[in-house]
Design a protein around this ligand. Structure first.
Ligand SMILES: Nc1ncnc2c1ncn2[C@@H]1O[C@H](COP(=O)(O)OP(=O)(O)OP(=O)(O)O)[C@@H](O)[C@H]1O
Length: 265
């Protein structure tokens, strides 16, 4: 089934804002190259509210990327429905960040970010201003004229993130965006994401293998079971929205991370 925009809109959870989209009874089978059926997702139900940050964690192969790709509209071959509060406009309302930044090597940093704006022609008049603002947000103003090969892995991923934000999507989906980065760079990017959220209040759904990353960034953490992926639990993160490096030192942070780790065992 395709994104269902005619179905009843998602209802929001009581303690967050408006429902942006609802995943309802979504199941997915793949057929392997040997013709076997791979039951990847089983009856997944999830409501995403506007402005919230959701982390999806679970064992390898449980269907995290599959679920994200379906929300993104990159895969519409599934049972169930994904109902949006307002129909997403193709190429406009959904920003997607992959594990590898996939920048265009022949374009400068600002040229890559600008690409995100060029897809929607009516916004071109203020493109330069928007690119400059976004690069400043992630501390890359000094690298606007550099090429991707001149950047570190973390810098490249920051460019990919602001490129996905350049066309002002309603939701930012990220599939293990920091998975290929070292621990210090990851921490730096976590704080970039928090700053971006402060500025934009963007709805963010991301997949990660790191329970610390999930706890540090998210409002809610979705824990998936081993294949076929089901929602094993959805946890409200028991921390103030206002996070900072000191958050990682809090006993409640450690407790929550320990609890998540226990659920994945
Ligand atoms: N195109 C495909 N054809 C057949 N099977 C697939 C295909 N894509 C994914 N799968 C299978 O579906 C299941 C879910 O895959 P998916 O990539 O969504 O899991 P994941 O939780 O994101 O895994 P990981 O954490 O290892 O990245 C896996 O068993 C995978 O082998």
């Amino acid at each position: 089934m395709k994104h269902d925009t005619s179905a009843s809109p998602p209802s929001s959870s009581p303690d967050t804002g408006r429902g942006l989209l609802a995943v309802r009874g979504v199941s997915k089978d793949y057929t392997s190259v040997h013709g076997e059926t791979v039951h990847a997702l089983d009856d997944v139900n999830l409501t995403v509210d506007e402005g919230e940050i959701i982390a999806i964690i679970g064992p390898s192969g449980c269907g995290k990327s599959t679920l994200l790709r379906m929300i993104a509209g990159l895969d519409d071959d599934y049972d169930g429905e994904i109902a949006w509060e307002r129909p997403p406009r193709p190429g406009r309302d959904i920003g997607f960040v992959f594990q590898e930044p996939a920048l265009l090597p022949w374009r400068t940093v600002e040229g890559n970010v600008r690409l995100g704006i060029e897809v929607q022609k009516e916004r071109l008049d203020r493109a330069d201003e928007r690119v400059a603002t976004l690069l400043e947000l992630v501390g890359l103003s000094g690298f606007a004229k550099s090429f991707p090969k001149e950047l570190s892995g973390g810098m490249r991923q920051r460019v990919a993130i602001v490129r996905a934000l350049a066309y002002d999507p309603r939701i930012l989906l990220m599939d293990e965006p920091f998975g290929a980065l070292d621990a210090i760079t990851r921490d730096r990017l976590h704080d970039d994401i928090l700053r971006i959220w402060e500025e934009t209040r963007k709805t963010i759904v991301f997949v990660t293998h790191s329970v610390e990353e999930a706890a540090y960034l998210a409002d809610r953490v979705v824990v998936m079971s081993p294949r076929p992926g089901r929602l094993q639990a959805v946890h409200q993160v028991p921390l103030d929205r206002d996070r900072s490096p000191a958050t990682r030192e809090l006993p409640e942070f450690a407790r929550f991370v320990g609890m998540l780790r226990g659920e994945l065992r």
